[in-house]
Design a protein around this ligand. Sequence first.
Ligand SMILES: [Zn+2]
Length: 310
Amino acid sequence: MPKFLFRLAANLLQIFEPKLNILIYHRVMPEADPLRPWEIDQQQFRQHMQWISGVFNVIPLSEAVVQLKNGTLKRRSLAITFDDGYLDNATHALPILKELGFHATFFCTSAWLDGGQMWNDKVIESIRLWPEDSLTINELDLKKIPVKSIAEKNNAIELILPKLKYQEPAQRLKIADALANQVSNLPQLMMHPEHIQLLHSEGMEIGGHTHSHPIMAKLNNESLKIEITANKQKLEKITADKIKLFAYPNGKLATDFHNRQIKALASEGYDAAVTTEVGKAHQKSTVYQLPRFTPWDTSSNLFLARLLIR
Ligand SMILES: [Zn+2]
């Protein structure tokens, strides 16, 4: 379907109430990775950007927040966001954003700025490089899980990650570290301060995402404050700028955050926050619960239609 028809449809659908789509991305990998089939690669990301170009008006999220607050949001507005602070955001997403003249907001954790990686990545990368044909994790009651072929590695990842997710953070990290210690040359996956500075100097916005990506709903007030302020202070020092936007780790209301977390963000000086609830923001949305989603469709028509309808 030609783009002008999508523009027309969007203008009609939003005639009385302009809407804001917020796209969410994590990694933009150099090429497809059989051990991360849920992540998109650079080619797919370029396609997404080309599809929205000419249909939506890509604006900085902070500008959209101001427009939502004062009732001046325009029809077909869209903001682009990235979570976690992966290195490929700077190396593989930034060039495409620049090519198309698009702005994006990058919500960064701060615990891995000097190297290291999140527990789930440690598990995946360890299994990728595992030196033997099988692995055993006594703490999870997993014995001799085969990890030789790609299919076996994928099965092992699908088995281990959900089990680990519900472990206490310290135990989770201990198990992930024990796996990582069995392999050498784990790849560097997260951004270092200079990569965040590069994004910022290219006009992109940096946002907070907690220091170490905990489930915020589970933290007591003291730990909650530390996770928010340590992250904000580190990012403000790196960018020499105010950090005003936040993304909740995991991002589901009730499971991952409640009113207590929203209040904590407001008192630390955050202007707005994004979730992973599916939907579009509009004038009546609360700015501390802005929904986000990216369609998984591989055709431009379905991708654009879903952005308009959901
Ligand atoms: Zn995250």
